[in-house]
Ligand binder design. Sequence first.
Ligand code: T1G
Length: 704
Amino acid sequence: MSVQFETRGEIALAIVDRPPVNAIDASVRAGLLEAARRTGADPALRTLVIACRGRTFMSGADLTELGSEIPPPTYTEVLDALESCPKPVIASLHGTALGGGLEIAMACHYRCSTPGARMGMPEITLGILPGAGGTQRLPRLVGSVPALELLLQGTPIEAVRALDLGLIDEIVGDDPVSEGVAFAARLLALGSLPRPTRLRTERLREIDNAQLQSILDRHARTLRGRTTQHLAIRAIRAARELPFDQGQRLEAELSAESLRSPESLALRHVFFAERECGRVPGIDTSTRPAPIHRAAVIGAGTMGSGIAMALADAGMDAVLIDRDPQGLERGLRLIRENYDSAVKRGRMDAATAQARQQRIHASLDFEQVRDVDLAIEAVFEDFELKRAILAQLDALIPPLAILASNTSSLSLGALARATRRPERVIGLHFFSPANVMRLLEIVRTQETAPSAITTGLALAKAMRKIGVVVGDGFGFVGNRMMLDGYFREAELMLLQGVPPARIDAVMETFGFAMGPNKVNDMAGIDVGTRVRAELARREAREQPYHAVSDALTTRGRLGQKSGRGIYRYEAGDRTPLHDPELAQLVGDLASKYRIASREVPDSEIEARCVLSLVNVGAQILAEGLACRASDIDVVWTSGYGFPRSRGGPMHHADSLGLRTVIERIEALADTGGGSYWKVSPLLAELARDGRSFADFDRSRPPET
Ligand code: T1G
């Protein structure tokens, strides 16, 4: 039973207990409806308190219930029963009171919260408009403008802010049940009466266009390419313009519309995909990760310093080691600057920044690794150098410690064989900046032990990153798809005379925050050249293969950092400017590779960039280098800027239909890609059988 009803004298208690996050399903709704009715009908009861067991108040509707007709009772039935209860109904919040959970609280007459509670409407992050009266009650409680802000930001607010806004009435102690009962007793003593939120219209205001525009501007970056915000604006305006019931009916229509949208299907796919990728088929869930309290990072370059920060931010001690005193000093300076700017931007307070820096211990002495639980090498991408360092670490660190490489291209298996503990060697492929980027590719070899993999996953979770387990193949998952797909096609189109700015504009319209050429310049064109040089030792590729980038590197045009790359940059300015010299360079290469210039329509630019990802992704799945198609979607949405509102390349392909994808790929065969546009066998097989990548994932053996 998800809701336990009990009484404490004249106070009724409805305690929701549906682990892990008290997501609201029919059993919770039925329990709350029953509690409201019993309290209303029982003369011995004078008030009802709703609280939750476990780590949090209700964290929203059960997402697995959405998308089809939800079983009775409806939210409106439950909320109307709570709001119209003839006795005061109180919600006692703790943990994260989100979405439908906060909507239930707002239908109550009074709200108290523990000091650490956070509350918000994250629906927009799922492409959903709240559908349980939230868009009508929230503006009545906090005012129209703050309500719209909360709906568009999606991120929860702290209890203090909620009190300030009028969303809650009191901050109480830490135990939501006993504190809720005490709060109720105080209200009864004050003779407090029911206070239906629907009747509280004093804070409803018109939002004029200027105000609206400034609100939208504030959320422009997170709402790029999204549509749900427009539904939220209509609903918030309806709250002031329409009687409550009409406003709630309009909200229900708009919410149902949002639930059917491809945008929401994609965002919900990513939500569950990010949680699924922590489960690795074939690895026993009881395999305990090794505890990591102290870790060493070898190499104080940009990656090493970022990794040390990520470890310290997660509460671990990080030993940052570099042979070069200047290099070490540079790394420490970068760390200091990053924390200073985080404090300046209000992302953390000075004391926290100080405490985290104190967890980072810099040293020139390798001996400092003798007591670590994990050692991560993050030195220059050179095979011999990395092998020597791993062998040295292997000799120094404790026998049970985990050894990891931050390589983005080298054979991990070959590196692991340089140690006496290949079963305890994993790849931890961080993305720059390592203290910010959420994705962590956890690379395993044939020898890697399950406990080493679960340790990598636990480390990712502790660092608030998304760990995706991938195989030890050419470029792992992300880089392979970027080099063999997306960027390869973008480069080929440059050789066919398509201006870089047009390619970037098409992909930014598709939803990427930045087009491939701008990303190439930002990341450093030489980085790609070095990765490809190492990869070329493992597998050959049909030429031209990133010929433009390699030629730019040869000429020292490394991108933003050298002021010239594919674009030109004024000193101290990151605005990409057209560079006529590029056309000359590209023209010479095109004639060298006998590539004719041709008209390439925008639709073809998008298809070549996106479908190349899908085709290579299918190949990676067939080779078993990714556990699921949805893992590939997580890699691309959390590490490579693929728009979440399209769900990732594999989900996007499913939304197009795999037969359509194949037709389009076959149509691309004569776009001058040589033998490139061959449909990968797995994609062909799925389409032939009328299946999707989602079907492919469902057919995978679950973790044991
Ligand atoms: N529905 C179903 N399952 C959910 C869920 C939900 N709302 N929230 C979490 N889970 C599962 C999750 O898949 C995972 O499962 C486990 O719980 C732990 O989650 C009517 C329509 C609450 C902040 O958007 O943001 O209300 O992988 O790993 O890091 O208008 O979960 O273990 O099998 O994320 O501690 C609005 C979504 C819904 C909140 C906890 N609510 N959840 O984070 O744990 S729409 C949300 C979260 C709505 C109304 C509308 C986070 C969390 P498994 P976790 P966590």
